[in-house]
Design a protein around this ligand. Structure first.
Ligand code: RB5
Length: 145
């Protein structure tokens, strides 16, 4: 898969792990985030990755900040983006199966009970269930208008 990744200084280590993990599985990662502890503003990182996703040929995007909260809120303000902030593997699966999100967010300072890399793998392996969920996702997107 072709994946865009961005992060702020609160998730440098996690983003590095994510990038290495995905590349080891044969995915292509365009890492636009900060790769050292240099302070940046997470809305800028969200905007950068979302614009790249919307103008490029990506399967989905990943956003990371300290908690995943600020960067996911920012992404969800951009038309065309649906960004999930899952708390475990189950929520990651549902984010694809029910919500068909195009971005998934994680927090570099969060002590997850399940490994974010497993959450990411579960997300990638899942398919959108469509059916009644098409209607609900369309309703989400119509809230942009
Ligand atoms: C940056 O210090 C921190 O606020 C940011 O990474 C994130 O946690 C915001 O939601």
């Amino acid at each position: 898969m072709n994946i865009v990744l961005a992060n702020d200084h609160g998730a440098v280590e996690l983003s590095k792990k994510i990038s290495e993990h995905l590349e080891s599985k044969g995915h292509k990662v365009n890492w636009l985030g900060v790769q050292e502890e240099k302070s940046v503003d997470y809305p800028d990182m969200a905007q950068l990755a979302c614009n790249e996703y919307l103008n490029g040929d990506y399967d989905f995007g990943i956003l990371c900040c300290g908690t995943g909260i600020g960067i996911s809120i920012s992404a969800n303000k951009i038309n065309g983006i649906r960004c999930a902030l899952p708390q475990n593997i189950f929520a990651s699966q549902m984010a694809k199966q029910h919500n068909n999100v195009n971005f998934i967010a994680f927090g570099g300072r969060i002590d997850y009970q399940e490994d974010p890399l497993d959450m990411l793998d579960a997300f990638i392996e899942e398919d959108f269930a469509a059916g009644r969920h098409e209607r609900r996702v369309s309703k989400i997107m119509s809230l942009e208008k």
